[in-house]
Design a binder for this molecule. Sequence first.
Ligand code: NAD
Length: 293
Amino acid sequence: MGNRIDGKAFADQLCESLKTEIESLVAEHQLRPTIAVVLVGNDPASHVYVRNKVRRCEQLGIESIEHRLTSSTSQTELLDLIEEMNQDSNINGILVQLPVPEQIDDKAVIDAIAPEKDVDGFHILNAGALAVGQNQMVPCTPLGSMMLLKDQLGDLSGMHAVVIGRSNIVGKPMANLLLQENCTVTVVHSRTKNIEEVCRTADILVAAVGIPQLVKADWVKEGVTIIDVGINRVLVEGTEEEGKSKLVGDVDFDQVIDKAAAVTPVPGGVGPMTIACLMYNTVAAAKKQTGIS
Ligand code: NAD
């Protein structure tokens, strides 16, 4: 039976050390890291994500400023707000919760955020910096996934890492981080042929697809370490909980746990690390902007 990687415990530890660091930034430098969170529209999942992020900020002593805008907000209105926050030296980090309503171009929004305040790490300059190995702001989910992998495996050098999914926010930055750790990296996606066969050669498997329990036992080899990024809401079937919904990953945890060396569960794996790394990026941004090493 493989090891269940406790992302929640790791995230709690990271947040504890950030809290201590923030206390000393406030005491010694009168610097309280501040993040502005913008939510446009009524997407229920986005509301939950924002609430969880703001709650973590409060626990750690990060100041959060929330902007809740209606679903009819125009792109110009949103870009004006971002520009105002770019100019405000009290704001260290800016996060616009995605997705935004369809009248707004998300790429324009991401690239309007000052790169040094882009705590999500999605700005094209931050993506480019990561691609050439000069990391500035690294996207939170791949950053948190990499922390778990290094904690689990130590040196990743020479390992074959397979990343399922090639999105700009998870798959591609994850592949770049794995390359930086000297892994041999394969990225597979919706057009890949013989995907199971490729996955079976992985020492490290990162699933970031959005298909519930896609990865089965016969997709993996003995001893693999699996990071399940997927968050999928599905209806419960066949138990007394029938009709209720629950969260599952892109990996069939119960099937792979007997073959794998270690697997992140959903929930309780990568999710908490994503929020912890948002806090990490916000503290790093605040220090960098004020010249504190
Ligand atoms: P996305 O939709 O942008 O990208 C999905 C990728 O999967 C695409 O590159 C696509 O080519 C690939 N894909 C689709 N069908 C496939 C198939 N049958 N076989 C192989 N590849 C296939 O999604 P995303 O934003 O990268 O998110 C992926 C998953 O991770 C989602 O479930 C999302 O909710 C979750 N997510 C979790 C966190 C977290 O904090 N844990 C953060 C971001 C995203």
